[in-house]
Design a protein around this ligand. Sequence first.
Ligand SMILES: Cc1ncc(COP(=O)(O)O)c(C=O)c1O
Length: 373
Amino acid sequence: MSLKKLKIRKTLKDFIPYEWEVSSKEIAKKIKIKEKDIIRFDTNTSPKLPKKWLEILFSNLKNIKLNEYPDTSYLTLRKLISRYLDLNPNNINITNGADEGLDILAKTFIDKGDLNVISSPTYTYYKSVIQIAGGKIIEIPRKVNFEDDDEEIIRTGKRNNVRLFFLCRPNNPTGNSIRKETVLQLLEETDSIIVIDEAYNEFTKNNDSLVKLIKIYDNLVIVRTFSKAFSLAGARVGYLVGSDRIIKLINMVRPPNSLSVISLKLAEIALNDLNIVKENIDFIVKERERCEKKLKEINGIRTYPSETNFLLIKIDNLDYEYVFQELMRKGLVVRNVGRTRGLEKCLRFSVQDHAENTRLIEALYSIFDNKNL
Ligand SMILES: Cc1ncc(COP(=O)(O)O)c(C=O)c1O
């Protein structure tokens, strides 16, 4: 093969890509256990996929026109989401997962050299989409216990040269939420685009969402997904919520047909079965509280309050890399975030089914040689 000098974009030269999760197959090979014995706690997904939804999908399959493109306006799903959020369908734009939503937002709003703010540490894909669009990143470090630095966020916003804020509420990987008052102040006092990523919103107390604010502020965009509370990460369905003007701009930029007709159908089935969704959310929240309580009893593990389907823990008395590897050796794969600035010695794990969570907790107890379980 003749190796040409590839003409890649300059912006990609110093680009640090999003770190993909390794497949279970690769992990199984590396640690020499069977793939089926691996439990993934590292993807923030749900263990609860209702069988009933698949049965409804199967019984619908023969009517789904796979030879045709989907309705590009995705109207049926937009209507169902608008009913779920009590908003107008015109204020909703469907995306291929929330990640595509973030990508579309960067393409719509960020020009080369523009400044964009994130409250670090946060979801790492924001950096990727900003950099790919040629934008610059202002990272505002979080304070003690991962609280957002509200004053600095507002001060930076008031400089009026920020194109866009990516704020994750509640935040991945720290589990806490930026104060509503801070977001309101940003919306009032700046003309930046304020993106609130609500991927984990359904796990918050009293469903603390900011979607309704799009009726008042037309520089606000909310990012949502079916990957977490709706248990449909594999279907890849997300959506953006914004004012008429925002959605019109997004429609100019977004790919016309990025969703499969099957994924659209699955999201529709889920929205028609909200009782099950609610049951699953309640289950995850209860399990999260149980895990937190048990882990608090281990001397050497620090837990942080979470409003999501995952917990962030800090390892104090032992080397966190050792704890990570020991769990991995038992087939329990958690997310090692300890090398990220601001998350030193931290591990993150998503709440799974009862038995799986118990296995993880027991493994941590035995690693810390604490027999109080
Ligand atoms: C904060 C946040 N936003 C967006 C996403 C991406 O979600 P999706 O699966 O819908 O692309 C994730 C996934 O983990 C996330 O944590």
